[in-house]
Design a protein around this ligand. Sequence first.
Ligand code: MN
Length: 743
Amino acid sequence: MGLVNDTVSAVVKPLARWVGKDRNKTYDDVEAALLRHHPHADKEYLREAYEFAHKAHEGQTRKTGEPYIIHPIFVAFILAESKLDIETVASGFLHDVVEDCNVEVSDLEEKFGKNVGCIVDGVTKIGKVKFRDKEQAQAENYRKMIMAMSNDIRVLIVKLADRCHNMNTLASLRDEKRRRISQETLDIYCPLAHRIGMSHLKAELERWCFFYLEPEAYKELSQELAEREKRQGKFLNGVKKVVGKLLDENHIKAEVSSRVKSKFSIYRKMKRKGCSLDALYDYYAFRIITESVEDCYKTFGLLHSKWQHIPGRIKDFIATPKANLYQSIHTTLMSPDGQSFEVQVRTRMMHRIAEEGVAAHWSYKDGRLMNVGKNEFESWLKKMAEDQKDVEDTDEFLEGIKGHLGAREILVFTPNSEIKTLPAGATPLDFAYLIHTEVGHKAVGAKVDGKMVSLRSELQSGSIVEIITKNSQRPNEEWLQWVQTPSARTKVRAWLRKEERDKAVEVGRNKFEKALKKNKIPVKSVKNTDIVARLPVFEKRKIEDFYAAIGFGSITTKNAVKPFLPEDPEAEANRQEALEERRNRAIEKVTKKSKNMLQVKGHNDILVRLAKCCNPISGDQIVGYITLGHGISVHKKGCRSFAEQNVNPARKVEVTWDVGAETSVFMVKLKVFTEDRAGMIADISQVFTDTKTTVQNLNAQVNEDKGVGIFDITLQIHTLDHLTKVIQNMKRVKGVLSCERFQ
Ligand code: MN
């Protein structure tokens, strides 16, 4: 703590690029900055955004005790200075009002337009959802932000500006929290800033991360660099003069400047190479900004004729731009007394892109963005969002994001000379998946620069890669080791999971059918619709899920067949009696009546009752069975409980409906599965009104997890036609998934 607080003002100039003399900014500063870059921007609109934010944050303070509004003002200022359009700057003012002030996104959309609403929504943390733990909350917030970013990249830019100002005020936090935030910034936000080429925001963020994470090293390196700069100022000026003269003599118009590279990048390099400052070639960099690409190459030639260059350090990012569209030629030269220095040569436009990144690619009118067109960055973000969309596991998701961001990149070519970017260490298999998922799945080998190589070899920048495919090829477990990119890994994993699942479905189906046979249920008698009707019992949506669960063993075969087994009619009757005596009485009343509705061939005066397992109704095809002591019970033809009893054929009798049976009333139970939506009960009730049906009992349950409603309905039905009509009408109700007569 001590070191950080003592040195924060001495060592790190806070937001040096923007702060100037004043630590805080005012609305006027923001407006002036916006108008400098967009002279025709709508001042009224900007002021309204500011005043809205000011009112919303009224009374709130920051950890430092200052009024909260200084934060959004500063964020807006950074955005205006970064040449962003008016909507982005307005979003800077408004970026915290939804999260902190009970303002709805719709309010912002109404007042400031849809774009501002979307941007602010994108930077707002998910509020109302309860998360399992901190990690899940963080992952879900990233997921939301990345999805929003992929629709409008300004979401990211506002988030970066927000981070910049927050990093500046971390000193008032506890050390542990400060480190955690710094690490997150370094892992996620710095790479994002780099990827969209906003190098000034990236440098600012990195500087703070370095300072908070390694305060000792930061202080030491700062002092060492300052000393060297003093000592070698003469050398730097000397080189600058010589370069200037050289260009003049050759009639090349250019600006020459020199600087010490960013402390963090120097430190990172020293750490990576395990060397001291002296062993680095390039902590000094000269920048030459020319008028044309031609002049860039001419300048490059002149420099090489004047100084010795260090082999292997020429990088032509003009011919092959970096993934973030950075362009320049880099080379490292050596003065006669052995002092090395790097030179970067670029045109003015390249310079703008190097500094402003994505913002340099847009065109503006009246300070508003003309088209947030499809540029490299957005398609990259879209891809990242796409890759991460279906990743449910929190750790896997965060790893995927970091993987997308952290990697150093190589450039390789397709046989048609198309440039593709991959992280260093990527293999031909990664390349294959990058081209197309199917190319990945079917890849058997690769040609790199015309030579056959294995799919798992490491690709080098600049190679031409051709993938050889074969239709019979299938991905396998081993491939997870071969691929280096998260997106390829996700694709291989998805394929393997699907294949595993397909197998489980097959195994599950077999096990299920065997279990049916074991229980003497003909497999053919169990239709898909029968299974679908029982899926809610297993909390499954699709038959495949049901089979897969059996295959994976999460549903035992015993439990799987249970709902398909015939219910014991006696036990069922007992249960019914115990549970709903009243309804049973009613049913019995009707059942007794039924004696007169049925004719039993060859038997008279014999007790006839309708079986409760299938509740036959007038019009159903029926069959009678002489029970011991209970007279004849009448079942529907094909009733499963009847068919499965060990029936004695001698006891079967033919029964027919008597004329006039249609005036009788039968109790029929329906089971209806529906979507869970408002007004469902009303719509279902309408069916009964329309078909003039009396409802004896209606019981509705909602399974909220699955979003299904389950209705158990007992109806008074006259004939089979009547029932058919009810079922038909029911199935026409919007949201009714199935409606079955329930035995
Ligand atoms: Mn903020």
